[in-house]
Structures are given as C-alpha cells and as structure tokens.
Design a protein around this ligand. Structure first.
Ligand SMILES: Nc1nc2c(ncn2[C@@H]2O[C@H](COP(=O)(O)OP(=O)(O)OP(=O)(O)O)[C@@H](O)[C@H]2O)c(=O)[nH]1
Ligand SMILES: [Mg+2]
Length: 296
C-alpha cells in the first residue's frame, strides 16, 4: 500500500499525493512509519492565509495561484474547513473559481474538513503539510478561517502568515488586540475598493505604532482587491523575496506548538467523548469518576 509512494510524491505525482493524504487522514496502518521517512528540509515556501469569514481568502488564493503559475512556479493549496455549514455559499464560489486549476500541471489543490481538531485546524493538517513539503512545491498555500486557536496553529505551519482583513473588520481589530500581531507576518487589507478602506488602513497603521506593540518589528500592510487581482503583484514580489529564518525564537516557539499538538493527538488517540459516554452507560455502577478515568 505504501510502497513506492514516497518516490512518486517526490515526483509530484498527483495520484500518489492524493492517495497518501487519504491514507494519513484515515490513519491507515503504516501511517506513523511513513511519516517518519519524510524529510523535513524542504525548499517549499509555505504561506498561511487566515482571516475572518468572507474576507476574500479564497479569492486571494486564486489570484496568487494565477500570478505564481504565470511565473512558472508550482503551487499546492490546502483549504481547511470548506465543509462548515456556515460557508456553503462561499464554498460553491470557491469551487467555481478554483476549478480552473484542478487539472493544471503546476497546481495541486486539496480541501480538508476541519473535523476532529481540538478547537483549530484539521487534526491532520500538520502531517498533510509535511507530505506537500516532500513534493517540493515552490509554494504551499494553506487557507483557513481565522477563529481563535486555528490562527496560532496556522502560524506554526506557515513560513509567512498572512492575515486578511477587510475595511469592515474594525471591531474585530479592536477585539483581537495583540494576538494577531504576534502571528501576522503580513497584513492584507482586501476589498480595498470599499470606500472605508483608506480609513481602515490608516487605523491599522496607527495601531501598529501604538505603544502596546512597540518593540515588535513593523508588519507590512498590503492593500488588495482580490477580485481584480489588484495589489497581487506587489504581494507576490514581497513573498518571493521573504527570507525564512528557521531558527528564530518565533519559529522555534511555533515548532514547539506543533510538537505539542502531535503529542496531544498521539496521547488522545482512541479517546472520544462519544466512547466515553458509551463506557459510562455500560458502567452502570459508577461511583467515582476519578477511578473511571484512571481505567481509561
Ligand atoms: N468588493 C470586493 N469583493 C471581494 C474582494 N475579494 C473577494 N470578494 C468577494 O467576497 C466574497 C467572499 O470571498 P471569498 O474569497 O469566498 O472569501 P473567504 O475569506 O475565502 O471566505 P470563507 O472561506 O467562507 O471564510 C465573494 O463574493 C468575493 O467575490 C474584493 O477585493 N473586493
Ligand atoms: Mg474561502
């Protein structure tokens, strides 16, 4: 089942990629051993694109693919959480828009449900990113809706974390405080065709020089209109010149976060709330929850 898969992945064989991702997602026997053969020193640049629902992340991803392919770059895209019932409309839009890349020789797109993750990304997002890295795509784009924990997780996966905001995100900016500034390498003010865009851009700039974030490096802000591919050239140029520093404190802290998640997954394997409930139903003479837990 696993034979020859690694070599084919390295040749960017689409079938092998899809197959290995499915095997890993379903935790088929041999997954662990397979993952241990991956070589994590990959030349791929990983862009994480996060931000509130409907900010234009998929439209932006589409525009980025278009630009990168024009430059003859290979691109893999992992969209997380397309299954959310809240985004069905947008999903349909994504499908139509991104469909044009599905058979493109330089592009590989994979959608993942966010099932099972502990508050954040798909529980196999780390592993699947590592498989895509093995295929040495020039760029890997990970798109996910930013809701709490998932933003920190995406920052752990990405070399460049791009936080997409829109002029109407004013309130969100107030609420997010330092958190997003910690993880963002780039801010994108999308939908800059909206009249409030300049005001929003200036407010964001002001916040950045605000005392609260004083000793942090300045985070660049790009204005885009993803639907017209406006501003994408500049963004791509920035990304292509972006230096990845593997051993900065931030990178190591995020790597620790990643290791933590993998350990958590491993330790929690086979434990689900549903099964716990079933056990409780069976254990009808339960008198002490601590003893019950100790037996698990
Ligand atoms: N006016 C304007 N509309 C835009 C722009 N970018 C995207 N849109 C529209 O905004 C809507 C949402 O875009 P998506 O790309 O699906 O947004 P998303 O962030 O991927 O959404 P989710 O994945 O559901 O969180 C679509 O109708 C887009 O056409 C822009 O720059 N200007
Ligand atoms: Mg989307």
């Amino acid at each position: 089942m696993w034979e020859g898969l690694l070599e084919k992945i390295r040749q960017r064989d689409v079938k092998a990629l899809s197959r290995s991702i499915s095997l890993i997602e379903n935790e088929i026997e041999g997954s662990e051993q397979f993952l241990q053969t991956l070589n994590l020193n990959s030349p791929s640049k990983i862009m994480g694109i996060t931000g509130p629902p409907g900010a234009g992340k998929s439209t932006l991803t589409d525009a980025l693919i278009s630009k990168l392919v024009e430059d003859n770059k290979t691109v893999a895209v992992m969209c997380i959480d397309p299954s959310s019932p809240f985004h069905l409309g947008a999903l349909l839009g994504d499908r139509i828009r991104m469909n044009r890349w599905h058979n493109h020789p330089l592009v590989y797109i994979r959608s993942l449900a966010s099932r099972g993750a502990m508050g954040g990304l798909n529980s196999k997002a780390i592993e699947i990113t590592d498989i895509l890295k093995e295929a040495s795509f020039d760029y890997i784009i990970i798109e996910t809706v930013g809701v709490g924990q998932s933003e920190i997780e995406i920052a752990g996966l990405a070399d460049i974390t791009m936080v997409v905001l829109v002029p109407e995100s004013g309130d969100e900016i107030q609420a997010m405080k330092a958190g997003l500034f910690e993880i963002a390498d780039v801010f994108i003010v999308n939908k800059s065709d909206r009249p409030e865009a300049d005001l929003f851009y200036n407010n964001l700039k002001k916040m950045m020089i605000n005392a609260e974030f004083h000793n942090k490096k300045e985070i660049p802000i790009f204005k885009t209109v993803a639907t017209n591919e406006d501003g994408i050239d500049l963004l791509c140029q920035y990304v292509s010149q972006y230096q990845i520093h593997q051993h900065t404190e931030k990178k190591l802290r995020l790597l620790a976060e990643k290791a933590y998640l993998l350990i958590q997954q491993k330790r929690m394997k086979g434990i689900s709330k549903e099964e716990l409930m079933q056990s409780l139903i069976k254990d009808n003479k339960l008198t002490n929850l601590y003893k019950f837990v100790d037996n698990i």
